[in-house]
Design a protein around this ligand. Structure first.
Ligand code: SP5
Ligand code: ZN
Length: 343
């Protein structure tokens, strides 16, 4: 299997995040995650690890707002240049004031724009964030090109992850929505569906494709009624305008085990079959694993392999994009268990 990995991800290492409740903790989304996965893949006989191609900004700007990407590019440099007596945290840019949806004035000031383009306190922008996010998107695009060129499957070892990043904003460790960029690119080559199995609802992907009928998007996740991202990912959200009927959410209770998970997966796969997808993009977060420090599901490693097998029963060319997963010790073996189903 072709695997796309860029060492550029190491330049993105946000020192902290702030949990709901105000607890400031070391950021869970660390470079070690991708390195663990890379090590596990190198130990397999089948992973052909390649450096991604550079696709430029074109395919990214086809799903993201221009002003937002420009903000990502320049924000940290501007942050360093601000002169103040305030005890600002300069290791990363993080605002603490966010607009409700109805306030859409974009301020000129950097912290104002930061609040405008961010929606939580877990996606700080650091010196290397923009370059790492671009490299991550290039991994997804390179994988998309590989399956368009005839590979049955490919793995994009994306880091930072992407599925919480919407058209015009970063959130939840995500800056550029790698899977959405790849799915949009693939949709120009053939009918494309996107299945998100990360533990958290794929709100960014939902935002990007919500009014589109040409890309089917489905997310299976922890019920946002008790879990991040709280405000999106409910079962009654089915798309808008011509997109009505082309988005589906499967919110699940805390404690969901492999058996419970596979029931929703079966419904999701039926929808993909009926849609008639030529290509499938999978947002593969491994935080559905029972031992995840941020998750409340009880899916096992054999369960993760089984999820992969059920997806391959569709017999659709598949691009697997790395999303979340924070049990670093188990991360490599979990994603290998998933990918082996595609071999
Ligand atoms: C890509 C991805 O998986 N992003 C997830 C972002 C989740 N951010 C919120 C984390 C909330 C943690 N809740 C506290 C649990 C402490 N044990
Ligand atoms: Zn997640």
């Amino acid at each position: 299997m072709l695997v796309f990995y860029s060492a550029t991800h190491q330049q993105h290492h946000p020192p902290f995040e702030i949990f709901d409740g105000g607890e400031k903790v070391p950021n869970f989304e660390v470079p070690e995650r991708a390195e663990r996965i890379l090590t596990a893949l190198r130990q397999t006989t089948w992973a052909n690890i390649l450096v991604p191609e550079d696709f430029g900004l074109g395919p990214i700007l086809n799903v993201h707002d221009n002003g937002y990407i420009e903000f990502l590019r320049t924000a940290y440099t501007e942050w360093l240049q601000i002169e103040t007596d305030a005890p600002y945290e300069k290791s990363a840019l993080l605002p603490a004031t966010f607009p409700p949806a109805s306030w859409r004035h974009k301020p000129e000031t950097l912290l104002g724009r930061a609040g405008y383009y961010m929606s939580d306190l877990s996606a700080p922008i650091t010196a290397g964030t923009y370059l790492a996010a671009l490299a991550s998107a290039n991994c997804a695009l390179s994988g998309a090109k590989a399956i368009a060129d005839g590979e049955k499957s490919a793995f994009a070892l994306c880091r930072p992850p992407g599925h919480h990043a919407g058209k015009a904003g970063c959130a939840g460790y995500c800056y550029i929505n790698n899977a959405a960029v790849a799915a949009n690119w693939l949709s120009e080559q053939g009918k494309t569906a996107l299945l998100d199995i990360d533990y958290h609802a794929g709100n960014g992907t939902q935002d990007i494709f919500y009014e589109r009928a040409d890309v089917l998007t489905i997310s299976i996740h922890a019920d946002p009624d008790y879990e991040y991202p709280y405000f999106c990912g409910y079962a009654d959200e089915h798309g808008a305008g011509v997109g009505i009927g082309f988005h589906h959410n499967f919110p699940l209770p805390a404690g969901t085990d492999t058996t419970g998970y596979l029931k929703s997966l079966s419904s999701a796969l039926q929808l993909i079959k009926s849609f008639g997808a030529k290509y499938l993009v999978i947002s593969a977060g491994m935080d559905l694993f029972g031992g995840d420090p941020l998750g409340k599901f009880k899916v096992t490693k054999p369960g993760i392999h089984q999820i992969g097998l059920e997806i391959t029963n569709l017999n659709v060319s598949s691009l697997i994009c790395m999303e979340g997963g924070y049990n670093n010790a188990a991360l490599g073996e979990n994603i290998v268990a998933f990918l082996e189903a595609f071999q």
